[in-house]
Design a protein around this ligand. Structure first.
Ligand SMILES: Cc1cc2nc3c(=O)[nH]c(=O)nc-3n(C[C@H](O)[C@H](O)[C@H](O)COP(=O)(O)OP(=O)(O)OC[C@H]3O[C@@H](n4cnc5c(N)ncnc54)[C@H](O)[C@@H]3O)c2cc1C
Length: 497
């Protein structure tokens, strides 16, 4: 590395040449860097935030208890994630789900066991039929190309809300599915294309798996918090990870691509962009990306999701036989879980506020938000819930380098119009990140699967190792090649080679 133009008045920008440059130090970017390095390539990971992990972040409650502000659970069958945790020595443990779950609907509180609340038989049957129907439709959607599914166009013309209006016949059934969706996608049913829901269910292997604790997506947690997986990977990568280095420009060069951030400029033979599609709109590509790829960034918004944590001296709800899991229509947290430490030395309740609820919630002041969340917890678990030792919120819409969570979703029409652009490399630029996954898209497992796929894609283009050419002088020599207006508009990296 050396300084670029030290005689200029602007701050010096370090220069680096590697085989593969990676944008984003979330799980996908870090896992891709790790695998590429294992294949003999030199890598540089540029991360906008001052820490790694992206949508994974450990926060502290009461100064002593880890809270997963972002992604938390490892689901059943998340094999890549389990293998990564094992390799890093990160301990996982089952989510506490012993006892009764609580359902608070139209002011009436009742308890139930399992995933589906004990409701009147008409509602129960309605929900079971809806789930079966979704699974049946999802089985016909292959997660790697949903736009080619039989009936893809017909499904993509409608939203999940319009589908529910026709196929879920009870108001309670529709409400419960909407509540679940606000946490799973951070979106209301009318924001979600039906084909997107079917893709998502297909990539998870069934709708039950999205909602379930045991046997589903919420099965296990990490004792050291999920971010520890990212920090563990970053530690192994050492000096190849550059924090506080937002990539502002991606410029085609002869035989390569340059990543430009305020503190660092990286020349690479190939680039992996491992960020949510919407975030690519923050980067200037030269030459410009093609119109469809640019519109993809506008058509796949991230959800709106806020996690609210309350810390108690002990998990007191367990003493009255409650699991801490609850569904409530009065919110603002409409789904809750017990996120206490494994040994139960303290009690932690987590409440999700998602979709339109999260947007309304964000308009309240901090004191009011805390008051209404704790009021909701007290309605579910008793007055003790109103007086926690500590309280914490994480609003992902307010994160400039995530712009929402937990993941991005297509609305109606999105998959058939823009799906084919999602993973298709643009010249020497390859795309990764959980949104591009075909297995457990939207989850940490999906981020890891996307890394596996992108690494295979990069390596299939020919040997990448040994690309670092000359020193900084060589990089300077290539500056300006393939700038705006050069090359094909849809191919910012210029000619493929
Ligand atoms: C509230 C919430 C709850 C969730 N719960 C779960 C869960 O329980 N289980 C589960 O499996 N998953 C969960 N998820 C989803 C999971 O966190 C994500 O699927 C996964 O972390 C995505 O990883 P990624 O690497 O694809 O993307 P990200 O984690 O988003 O990483 C992208 C990185 O790129 C960086 N970046 C963006 N733009 C630039 C730029 N221009 N230059 C440089 N860097 C840039 C970002 O700062 C970020 O670090 C949850 C997410 C949220 C937000």
């Amino acid at each position: 590395m050396s300084n670029d133009h030290p005689d200029r008045a602007t701050p010096a920008r370090a220069e680096l040449e590697v085989d593969v440059g990676i944008v984003g130090a979330g799980l996908a970017g870090l896992a891709a860097a790790t695998a590429l390095r294992a294949a003999g390539a030199t890598v540089a990971v540029l991360e906008a935030r001052d820490g790694v992990g992206g949508r994974l972040r450990n926060e502290m409650l009461g100064g002593a208890v880890i809270a997963d502000a972002g992604g938390a659970w490892m689901g059943a069958g998340h094999e890549r994630l389990a293998a990564l945790a094992r390799s890093l020595g990160e301990h996982s443990f089952p989510t506490y789900d012993v006892g009764d779950n609580v359902l608070l609907l139209r002011g009436r509180r009742r308890t139930y066991r399992g995933t589906i609340p004990r409701l009147n038989p008409v509602v129960l049957l309605d929900l079971l039929r809806a789930r079966r129907r979704i699974d049946r439709l999802a089985r016909r959607v292959t997660a790697d190309c949903p736009w080619e599914a039989p009936d893809a166009r017909r499904h993509d013309r409608e939203t999940f809300a319009t589908w529910m209006r026709r196929h879920v016949h009870t108001r309670t059934g529709r409400e419960l599915l909407a509540i679940a969706g606000r946490t799973v996608w951070g979106a209301d049913p009318n924001e979600l294309g039906l084909l997107h829901v079917l893709f998502y269910v297909s990539s998870a292997g069934g709708i039950e798996r999205l909602f379930d604790t045991q046997g589903g997506a919420q099965q296990d947690r990490f004792a050291g918090g999920a971010q520890a997986l990212a920090t563990g990977l970053a530690e192994r990568l050492g000096g190849a990870v550059f924090r506080s280095a937002p990539v502002e420009r991606i410029v085609a060069e002869r035989g390569g691509v340059r990543l430009v951030s305020p503190r660092l400029s990286v020349s690479a033979r190939r680039v992996v962009v491992a960020i949510p599609p919407a975030l690519t709109a923050r980067i200037d590509f030269a030459p410009e990306l093609g119109g469809m790829r640019r519109q993809l960034a506008q058509r796949m918004p991230l959800g709106t999701l806020t996690k609210c944590f309350a810390l108690y001296r002990r998990p007191f709800w367990r003493e009255s036989g409650c699991s801490g899991e609850a569904v409530s229509d009065s919110g603002p947290a409409t789904l809750t879980f017990d996120c206490s430490p494994e040994d139960g030395r303290a009690g932690v309740l987590l409440g999700f506020v998602g979709g339109p609820d999260a947007r309304a919630f964000s308009r309240l002041g901090p004191g009011e938000r805390r008051r209404v969340v704790l009021g909701g917890f007290a309605r579910l678990f008793g007055p003790a819930a109103a007086a926690p030792e500590d309280y914490l919120e994480a609003s992902w819409a307010d994160e400039p380098w995530s712009q929402g969570g937990p993941t991005s979703s297509f609305g109606a029409g999105g998959w058939t119009a823009y799906g084919p652009c999602l993973r298709a490399p643009v010249g020497r630029i390859h795309w990764a990140g959980t949104e591009t996954a075909t297995v457990w898209s939207g989850y940490m497992e999906g981020a890891l699967e996307s890394a596996e796929r992108v690494v295979a894609e990069v390596l299939a283009e020919g040997p990448v190792a040994g690309a670092a050419r000359g020193g900084p002088g060589a990089a300077a020599e290539e500056r300006g090649v393939g700038g705006p207006g050069q090359g094909r508009a849809a191919d910012p990296a210029g000619a493929r080679s």
